[in-house]
Design a protein around this ligand. Structure first.
Ligand SMILES: [Zn+2]
Length: 346
């Protein structure tokens, strides 16, 4: 199954295959958790499965068993895939038991040697992540890239294209997976998160909070994200209820976008409570919205949403959050709604 946010990258790959332009070396880039490994697997299936990636034949089933997160418990220089002509190269467990930070030259050498052996069927070698190769390893790979062999495909997966040497880049065709803010991805996300969560949160907002990386949302929801979220929410309410009190906001650091979407949820909830005038809801939130004028709440909601959308730009999010919080802290007794710097200018 092609993930909704992989469609455009996948159609480029498909086009290469259809036109018989599959390169000797392919580079798949994209931020962490965007699904580079999954896209690579789809490519391999299309290339090798006789029924166009059926998902059911022996090959498709054995590929499915290749999970990059599995088998980390032992040191593996090269791990053969469940498909015999596919090999993987990645960082290994070092002596102290933790994952090494780099892929070394001996690993790449072995990788190239195995790929160099003659085989009737297509041989595929995958390095992930190529931006973890140290300089010697990259140099060693370069030689193989310079003299491509028939019937061999090297796939490099990388988070950051800038950490790869230009000499390697120039020998690869690259495909980039973009972060996604499409409705289709939000729908996919709400189908993949807990029902209780999807009832409480808007999938698109969660997606924005995770910079357009759906798998990141899923991961965050599994971890202690919810406790963190509760902490932000409590602090935000404290700020609005006690505007004069000096409040430590370190727990917001580094989470500016998520805090903004937490505030966005609070204001939305507050507006609902105010408009519908029903009892219930968070007591602290009720206390805030009782005094805060509706039109200011709507204005701040608008500014907060705009601030979140600016997270894709080079705007200083910390400053932006501070500016929003100044207004939020005065929301119960504002005389006039101010213009928030950095938001209105853009
Ligand atoms: Zn198949």
């Amino acid at each position: 199954m092609i993930l909704p946010w992989h469609k455009s990258a996948f159609s480029k790959l498909k086009k290469m295959i259809d036109l018989n332009h599959v390169p000797h070396a392919l580079l798949i880039t994209g931020v962490e958790k965007i699904g580079k490994f999954a896209l690579m697997q789809e490519l391999v299936k299309i290339l090798l499965c006789e029924n166009q990636s059926c998902g059911e034949c022996e090959l498709c089933l054995s590929l499915k068993k290749d999970n990059p997160k599995e088998d980390l418990g032992y040191s593996a220089l090269i791990r053969r895939s469940h498909y015999p002509n596919l090999i993987y190269c990645r960082t290994e467990i070092n002596d102290s038991g933790s994952m090494s930070k780099e892929i070394r030259i001996d690993q790449v050498r072995t990788f190239c040697e195995i790929l160099g052996k003659t085989a009737d069927a297509l041989q595929i070698g995958v390095i992930f992540y190529a931006d973890q190769m140290n300089a010697n390893a990259a140099n060693s790979l370069l030689k193989t890239l310079e003299e491509p062999r028939k019937n061999t495909l090297i796939v490099l997966l990388a988070h950051n294209i800038n950490s790869l040497p230009a000499t390697i880049l120039s020998r690869c065709q690259s495909i980039h997976i973009n972060p996604t803010y499409e409705k289709e991805s939000a729908v996919w996300l709400s189908n993949h998160i807990d029902e209780n969560v999807s009832a409480d949160y808007d999938a698109m907002q969660l997606l924005e909070g995770a910079h357009g990386v759906p798998q990141k949302v899923i991961e965050e929801l599994k971890g202690d994200y919810f406790f963190q979220y509760q902490g932000w929410q409590n602090l935000l309410l404290e700020i609005a209820n006690h505007p004069i009190k000096a409040i430590e906001t370190e727990i917001f650091d580094g989470n500016e976008v998520q805090v903004l979407s937490c505030l966005q949820n609070l204001i939305t909830e507050g507006i609902k409570l105010k408009v519908v005038k029903h009892d219930g809801g968070n007591i602290e939130l009720n206390r805030v919205i009782e005094k805060a004028p509706s039109d200011y709440l709507f204005k701040l909601l608008d500014d907060t949403s705009r601030a979140i959308s600016l997270s894709q730009t080079t705007v200083n999010m910390k400053l932006l959050l501070d500016n929003i919080l100044i207004v939020w802290s005065h929301i119960t007794h504002l005389k006039k709604y101010p213009t928030i710097t950095n938001i209105q200018e853009i």
